[in-house]
Write a protein that binds this ligand. Structure first.
Ligand code: IPM
Ligand code: MG
Length: 357
């Protein structure tokens, strides 16, 4: 029986709605398996800026450091997207959280639930059985290098930088994971153009010598973007840099049916953070239609990775599977064959998952 303290950080937009459902799932698991989970909440993103002026107040960061795990929602607000001159932005809170907690490895499992074969715009026969685990490096690259303007503001730059140790630690995590899976690793870079990518490839080749049982391939990011859609089943573990990983995992969400299905785990030195890969989706905020399954599956990753509660995590995943098998869908994963009575809102599909736990 475990006693754990979980910090709920809903953030902005639908983050609030889906994280509330994720928390209910954690509660239900605690009750079923006799664990004690205590909770606190913290601000991040636009809501934090409104309340404190900062996208990640020190108080939130302190609470994160003291927690056993963080269940996170999303950050963002359209008002900043249309105002490139804004100095303080919600996303800065997210990036600071990743950096401060040393969360250099972002795991994004792409697994298609069979029932969702028709939710994707990719042909079912191409998709069936696809199961990919992305390792996106999360605290380096163009995201964190020097950025600025010159020539009176007429020229802008963002510097991409990687150090050997940063590539090595994410590569090792990816190789370790490949060992427990189908023993295939694809490292993605742009080594034909970028110096950071040449260092990346050099380090991955070196680390590969310690994992002779893992079959390694290197792909350029443009080719990988194409192969992912052409033949997703050829991939097992994919490891890549921060920006490439950001882009490729949104693309890969179509392999899992919808962005609304994809969970992620950010781990490294400090407290692990678990979050959907989707954003704050202000266009549907407050309507009660957001898909909470990515938050629920993030809760499953939290149980598994931060708490080592594998049976509990599997219970959550099986419950999601059962709800999909029973024909229930949120709007984003429904199709023309879904009867209107089976299209549920955020709380209602969450309640179905709870029933199956
Ligand atoms: C993600 C998001 C973030 C990122 C944004 C919100 C800063 O797209 O987690 O994939 O680019 O990392
Ligand atoms: Mg992204």
């Amino acid at each position: 029986m475990a006693t754990k303290h979980i910090l709920i950080v809903p953030g902005d937009g639908i983050g609030q709605e889906v994280t509330a459902v994720g928390k209910k799932v954690l509660d239900k698991i605690a009750a079923k398996f006799g664990h004690t989970f205590t909770y606190d909440t913290a601000l991040i993103g636009h809501v934090a800026i409104e309340a404190t002026g900062s996208p990640l107040p020190d108080e939130s960061l302190e609470k994160m450091r003291k927690s056993d795990a963080v269940l996170f929602g999303a950050v963002g607000h359209p008002k900043y997207d249309n105002d490139p001159s804004a100095k303080v932005r919600p996303e800065q809170g997210l990036l600071k959280m990743r950096k401060e907690l040393g969360l250099y490895a972002n795991l994004r499992p792409i697994k298609l639930f069979d029932e969702l074969l028709s939710a994707s715009s990719i042909k079912p026969e191409v998709l069936r059985g696809a199961d990919i685990l992305f390792f996106r490096e999360l605290t380096g690259d163009i995201y964190f290098g020097e950025k600025g303007r010159k020539n009176n503001g007429d020229t802008a730059f963002d510097v991409a930088e990687y150090s050997r140790f940063e590539v090595e630690r994410i590569a090792r995590k990816a190789f370790e994971a490949a060992r427990t899976r189908r023993k295939k690793l694809c490292s993605v870079d742009k080594a034909n153009v970028l110096e950071t990518s040449r260092l990346w490839r050099e380090v991955v080749q070196k680390v590969a010598k310690d994992y002779p049982d893992v079959d390694v391939e290197h792909q350029f990011v443009d080719a990988l973007a194409m192969l992912l859609i052409k033949d997703p089943r050829r991939f097992d573990v994919v490891v890549t840099a921060n920006l490439f990983g950001d882009i490729l995992t949104d693309e890969a969400s179509q392999i899992a049916g919808s962005m609304g299905m994809l969970a992620s785990a950010s781990v490294g030195e400090g407290t692990g953070v678990y979050e959907p890969i989707h954003g704050s989706a202000h266009d549907i905020t407050g309507k009660g239609v957001a898909n909470p399954l990515a938050s629920i599956l993030s809760a499953a990753l939290l149980l598994d990775i931060s708490f080592g509660l594998k049976t509990e995590a599997d219970t959550v995943i099986s419950a999601v599977d059962a709800v999909l098998k029973a024909g229930f869908r949120t709007r984003d994963i429904a199709d023309s064959t879904t009867p209107a009575s089976k299209v549920l809102g955020t709380d209602a599909i969450g309640a179905e998952v709870l029933k199956h736990i």
